[in-house]
Write a protein that binds this ligand. Structure first.
Ligand code: DAK
Length: 259
């Protein structure tokens, strides 16, 4: 376990790296230090072949209550314009391997947005999701307006962003914001099971699948299908594809090498 200032970084287990946001006294508020550690750790994980998937959690009681309001308070308009934070978010969004979130408690503002940067979300039934920035006279600033509406549709996204109201874990699941709800004691273990399952799959196919799926958010059907076709074709050149097909034919488990 490596203890950075704001994040705990686990050893890699079964191909899964676990990152635990670690500012419990501030409800894991996402100050610059935390975001930079997250971006740096993900950049390193992206080029580490041993990391097949990354699990992000805030632990047992809170995921993250948003940007650090106390830190944000000192920024005027020019300060916001020159803020380094968008560069951290860009790096997090560009992480090419599967990012799984395990959410207990509050995922608010930037915390909800961080969760939406993750590809799969498992939540405890104590989780609450919201974009309460409106109460501070601002709006979501890390993709919340765009990603939320794509995840939950217009009416619920408007309700959440304009009123600042929170939704429960079961509502979030019903609206497609997250994929599973479990008891809070199971959240991290269940997310780790999902991450480990993915970590056993052929890494190049996983990576291309993530890229092509995410493209569906911002391209036409035609270009998305073109990209899918190209990725599908590219995979025909991998050893893992031959291994997967051979293993099926020979009725044995595949041994994927990421080649
Ligand atoms: N920032 C800083 N400290 C926070 C915090 C936050 N977001 N949330 C909670 N804390 C701190 C509290 O100040 C308190 O610390 P002490 O005062 O005791 O030192 C401690 O955590 C516990 O909080 P409470 O005493 O308030 O606990 P409660 O159980 O009563 O309430 C709560 C929990 C989460 C409902 C409440 O703390 C709350 O409403 N927190 C604020 C939630 C919120 O408004 N979140 C949105 C923040 S704005 C951008 C990208 C992103 C963003 C902006 C720009 N760019 C790239 C440009 C994102 C903006 C946001 O997320």
């Amino acid at each position: 376990m490596q203890e950075l200032q704001d994040i705990l970084v686990s050893e890699i287990a079964n191909g899964v790296l676990t990152l635990t946001l670690n500012r419990p006294a501030a409800f894991n508020a996402l100050r610059n230090q935390l975001l930079s550690e997250l971006a740096d750790t993900l950049d390193a994980a992206a080029i580490n072949d041993d990391v097949k998937a990354v699990l992000v959690t805030g632990g047992d009681s809170v995921f993250a209550a948003g940007a650090d309001i106390k830190e944000m308070a000192s920024l005027d308009m020019v300060g916001v314009m020159n803020d380094i934070r968008p560069t951290y978010w860009k790096r997090i969004a560009a992480f090419p391997k599967p990012l799984i979130a395990a959410v207990n408690g509050y995922a608010l503002g930037g915390g909800c947005e961080l969760m939406m940067h993750c590809d799969i979300v498992i939540a405890g039934d104590n989780a609450q999701f919201g974009q309460p920035e409106i109460n501070l006279g601002i709006i979501p600033g890390a993709g919340g307006t765009q990603r939320l509406i794509k995840a939950v549709g217009k009416s619920m996204a408007m309700q959440m962003v304009l009123s600042g109201a929170f939704i429960s874990a079961s509502q979030a699941r019903d609206f497609g914001l997250i994929s599973e709800v479990v008891i809070p004691e199971r959240t991290i273990d269940r997310a780790r099971e999902v991450a480990s399952l993915i970590a056993r799959k052929p890494p190049i196919a996983v990576r291309l699948a993530k890229e092509v799926l995410l493209k569906a958010f911002d391209t036409s059907l035609d270009s998305g299908l073109n990209l899918e076709r190209k990725a599908f074709t590219l995979l025909a050149a991998t050893e893992d594809r031959n291994e997967g097909i051979a293993a099926f034919t020979e009725k044995r488990k595949p041994n994927f090498k990421g080649k």
